[in-house]
Design a protein around this ligand. Sequence first.
Ligand SMILES: Nc1ncnc2c1ncn2[C@@H]1O[C@H](COP(=O)(O)OP(=O)(O)O)[C@@H](O)[C@H]1O
Ligand SMILES: [Mg+2]
Length: 213
Amino acid sequence: MANVIRAIEALADVIIANKEKLTELDAAIGDADHGINMARGFEAVKAKLKTAQPDDIGAVLKLVGMTLISTVGGASGPLYGTAFLRAAAIAQGKTTVDGPMAGQMLAAAITGIKERGKAVQGEKTMLDALEPAYNAFQYGLSMNKTMAECLELAVNAAQDGVEYTKTIIATKGRASYLGERSLGHQDAGATSSYLILAALTQLAKKQSQAGEP
Ligand SMILES: Nc1ncnc2c1ncn2[C@@H]1O[C@H](COP(=O)(O)OP(=O)(O)O)[C@@H](O)[C@H]1O
Ligand SMILES: [Mg+2]
């Protein structure tokens, strides 16, 4: 439980630290608010976690999802909010997370994003980071790797996915209004998804070095 709250705080801090970078990316092919939106949402999440006393991981993730939906706005608020709510449903009543459960949470989050945003991989969105990350995570599990190792594989795949967004035309979200002019630019939402996975990976590595589960 404490680990999960620490993980949420860590990913909130990474998003807040990258507020300007994410906003700059969105300025090139969107409306220059992705970092501002996300930082606002995760500041609110941090504030709520200070006083909330969630009973299980599901309750923590539900708080995150509800807070993002009500504070982030834009396309990404409902999408990330839905992702956390779907992961929360998997974690209901649970106070620890193992590798297979983390994989299930990621799968549920991605399904939620796809249903809500009606997008698939290859449309220059957060899914271009998240789908390859999930596949790499599952590959790691199938090779009996630790959670930290699986996350490391996932974050590397997400980074490749972010690079890939530069090479494709946006067909979903505001950037799709630009058509071919979206080529050459990195997607902001794929970048925030990568940053979230990177924060979780850093923390998992630190915890495994410290001998924590
Ligand atoms: N339909 C969609 N499905 C998945 N992700 C999407 C979709 N539309 C937009 N996005 C993601 O949201 C990001 C933009 O978020 P943000 O700037 O906060 O919202 P808005 O586009 O409303 O200003 C994009 O970079 C993209 O990754
Ligand atoms: Mg925007």
